[in-house]
Design a protein around this ligand. Structure first.
Ligand code: ZN
Length: 415
């Protein structure tokens, strides 16, 4: 059973029943989901969690009520891998990768979509929709196909071809908008008003959707043997993931399920779309929107909905926010692949490059434990690397040419 009790305005604290609401009727602030943690204490235990499925739904007691049963395509329970070779290159003692490339559609978005569509089905919606930079569209289309719902996913028309294909293959309607993600989002807000019976995962279902990201924190803590890491590096697009990771660690601490304190959270952005990093560096508590221009398309949100909340979280325990150029993003996709055998999409390159940058400026402590969130699979952004990740040599099918090529790459000694 779920211990969710109500929707709560994140600005003024007004409460509402857990229905199809997404903004406060008093102040128009965004809504979150509140839980009766008092009653959950002692009921939600290590054992009760371990008895659950190997998906995010092992934490169902701390997620919104999914109704009769969750829409569970198998999101979550992804590996937390010790990254010793990358740690050595970066000069840190304890580095872990939360490998969310291993979700059903290859990104962490499966966590939030599973929760959003479960709530949508409970609330009587029958069509799944979203505004997306690519990964969310894929996940919404896949989960909708899984439960036999139509889907309408809306993306910028110039996204990576591989991401468009991944969204379209599930058979829903994919609208490509000639404009940026922020244009897509504005359009979708208008569509919600016209089609109140459509469940836009990240708009009118946003309060429920966002809760799915808490499971990253829950899994990290459980997989570390019920303890919190010291530091977590999180890619920042809308900023929802980072704020909910903070909420997840907070709930586990409040329930007495983990040892340790809340980790220090660090953001990661591409310089070509770095509204949060820019505001953080300037000491501002508001976000100045930017026009994105980066290969990290999944993070290219120029006006992030959760931006101010991310700034609060980063400042709470002495965090920081990286801002890395595209060439370093590509370099770090390679670094991660070549040291750990993990192929990440551009957002993963942003995370690793930001981690390196914040180590260099001394805001991340190399002697304390670090978890880096790798949020999506490299196959999603092949376009970004196909020109640089190429064959080493092209040769005729002859032993002589093969040996000559291997000599030129120092794989065999010159004779
Ligand atoms: Zn309010």
């Amino acid at each position: 059973m779920s211990f969710a009790t109500c929707l709560l305005c994140r600005e003024c604290g007004t409460t509402y029943p857990t229905e199809a609401l997404y903004s406060c009727e008093v102040c128009f602030g965004p809504l979150g989901v509140a839980y009766d943690l008092e009653s959950a204490r002692g009921v939600v235990t290590h054992e009760s969690i371990a008895d659950g499925p190997n998906s995010i739904w092992r934490y169902g007691a701390l997620l919104p009520d999914p109704g009769e049963r969750p829409v569970d395509l198998g999101a979550g329970w992804t590996p937390l891998r010790r990254a010793t070779r990358l740690a050595e290159v970066l000069g840190v003692d304890e580095l872990w990768l939360k490998d969310d490339t291993r979700n059903p559609t290859g990104s962490f978005k499966d966590r939030v979509v599973s929760v959003a569509l479960s709530s949508a089905r409970r609330l009587g919606f029958t069509t799944a929709a979203c505004a997306s930079t690519g990964n969310l569209a894929t996940s919404v289309a896949a989960h909708a196909a899984f439960i036999g719902w139509p889907s309408v996913t809306i993306i910028p028309a110039d996204l990576e071809k591989s991401k468009i294909a991944m969204a379209a293959i599930f058979g829903g309607t994919v609208l490509g908008v000639e404009g940026s993600y922020d244009d897509v989002n504005r359009l979708c807000v208008e569509l919600v008003a016209e089609h109140p019976d459509w469940a836009f995962a990240n708009i009118n279902l946003r309060a429920y959707y966002a809760e799915g990201s808490k499971t990253l924190a829950f899994e990290i803590a459980e997989q570390l043997g019920w303890r919190t890491p010291d530091q977590v590096v999180v890619p920042v697009a809308s900023g929802s993931q980072l704020t909910k990771i903070a909420k997840g660690f907070g709930e586990f601490i409040e329930l007495g399920l983990v040892e340790g304190r809340a980790p220090v959270l660090f953001g990661a952005q591409a310089t070509g779309c770095s509204p949060v990093a820019t505001a953080f560096a300037a000491g501002a508590d508001f976000i100045t929107p930017q026009r994105p221009n980066t290969i990290a398309r999944s993070l290219a949100i120029g006006n992030p909905a959760d931006g101010p909340y991310v700034l609060d979280e980063l400042r709470r325990n002495g965090g920081d926010c990286g801002s890395v150029p595209d060439d370093e993003i590509l370099e770090c996709i390679g670094l991660l692949a070549q040291t750990e055998g993990v192929f990440a999409e551009t957002a993963g390159g942003v995370t690793i490059a930001s981690l390196r940058q914040m180590l260099r400026r001394g805001t991340i402590n190399p002697r304390k434990s670090i978890v880096a969130i790798i949020s999506g699979h490299g196959l999603k952004t092949l376009d970004a690397v196909v020109d640089t990740a190429v064959v080493t040599s092209t040769i005729k099918p002859s032993l002589e040419e093969a040996e000559a090529a291997l000599r030129s790459h120092q794989l065999v000694a010159a004779s």
